[in-house]
Ligand binder design. Sequence first.
Ligand code: F3S
Length: 390
Amino acid sequence: MYLNKYEERMLRGEYGEAVRIAIEVIVHIGEALGAEKLIDISHAHISGISYFNIGDEGLEFLNDLVSKGAKAAVYTTANPSSIAILDPFTNVYGRDIVVKQYKIIELLKSLGVDDKSFTCIPYKIRRPKINEHLAWAESSAVIYANSILGAKTNREGGIVALMASIIGKTYYSGMHIDENRLPTEIIKIDFPIGNIFEASIIGLYIGNITKGIPYIEMNMNVEDDVYRDIIIRNLLASIASTSDSPMAIIEGITPKFDKIMIKGGLERITIDLAEAKKFSESICSNTLFIGCPHITVDELRHISNRIFLKAKSLGIEKIFVALPQNSEDIILIAEEFRKRGIEIVFLKGACPVVSNLKELNLHSLATLHGKAFHYIPKLGGIKTCLVNVV
Ligand code: F3S
C-alpha cells in the first residue's frame, strides 16, 4: 500500500504508540482487501460499547489504548451503551456491571467521543454531506449514510472505526470507490409502504435475498416527511439486519444515482406484502419497544397520536423508548402517555438489544422494528414479536 510521508511517520511511531497501533491495524486490513492507499475521513462512529458485548477484555483494551495516549483525530461519535447504567435498571444489573459500563463511556469521552452522541443515529447529531468519507460502524447508520446521505463508508467493526478515528484515515476500498456502489439486483415492491411495520418486514425480506446492493423501486403512501424518514430508516436497518449490505439504492431518493447507471442483465425480483408478512406475528407482550434505530423526542412527539390510536387496542401498557443521549424535554411527553394509561420508560443513550434483557425478568417484548425483532431473541434472549403499532 502506498503511504505518504506523514503516514509513514505514523507507522514508525513518531506520533506515539496509540497512533502507531491504529495505523498498523488500518494498513493491515487495507492491504488484505487490496487497497492502494489511505484516505482522510471526516467522521468516525464507534459501535460495540456495551459491556455485555465487549466484556473485561474490551474494557482493558480501551484502557490500554487511552493510557498510550489515544485521541480522536476527527469528529467521533459512539453507539448507545447498555441500559445497565440507567436509573430504573442499575440495581437489576448490579454495581460491578454498572461501574464497568461507566468506565467504558468515560474512556471513550476522554478519547474525544462527542458526549452528546451515544446513539445509533449519529446523522441526527452531525449530518454528513454527499461524498464525505466516513469510518462508521453500526450497520443501520452505515446503510443510511450510503443510501440516503450519499456519504461513503464501509460497514466497519467497532475496533476498526476506533482505529480510523485515532488516525483520521481509513483504507481506500469497498464503498469509498464509486464503481463498487452499483446495484446487484432490482427489487420492485408491489404495494405502497405505509408504516414502520411494513417497512420492517419488507426490509428483513430484502436482506434475505439481496446479493449486496439492492436497487429498490417502491412507493410510499405517506405524505408526512418526518414519518417517511423514520419509515425509510427502518426499511434500511432491517435490510442491514438480515444481510451484510452497506447500501441500498432507493429509486428517486438515493443521491447521485440515475437508473441509466444500471448495467443490463440484473435479476428483477417483485415482492408482495403476503410474501414478506411471514416475518410478522400476533402480539406477544403488553410491553412495547420503540427506537431501533433510535428515535428523537421530536419524532416521537410527531408519531405519538398514531401510537395512542393503536397501542391501547393491542393491550400495550408499557413502552420502552430508546433515544439519543442528548434528548431533552422527555418529562412532558411521558406525562402525555401516562394520561392515556401507558407507562413510558426512556432509555437515553442506551440500547436494550445489547443489554442482556433476561436479567429484567421480561419474558417477551413487542416491537415495530425489524432490527430489534431480528436481534433481541439472539442477543437479549427473550421472545420478540413484530407488530403494527403506528
Ligand atoms: Fe440502535 Fe440498538 Fe437498534 S444500537 S439500531 S437500538 S440494536
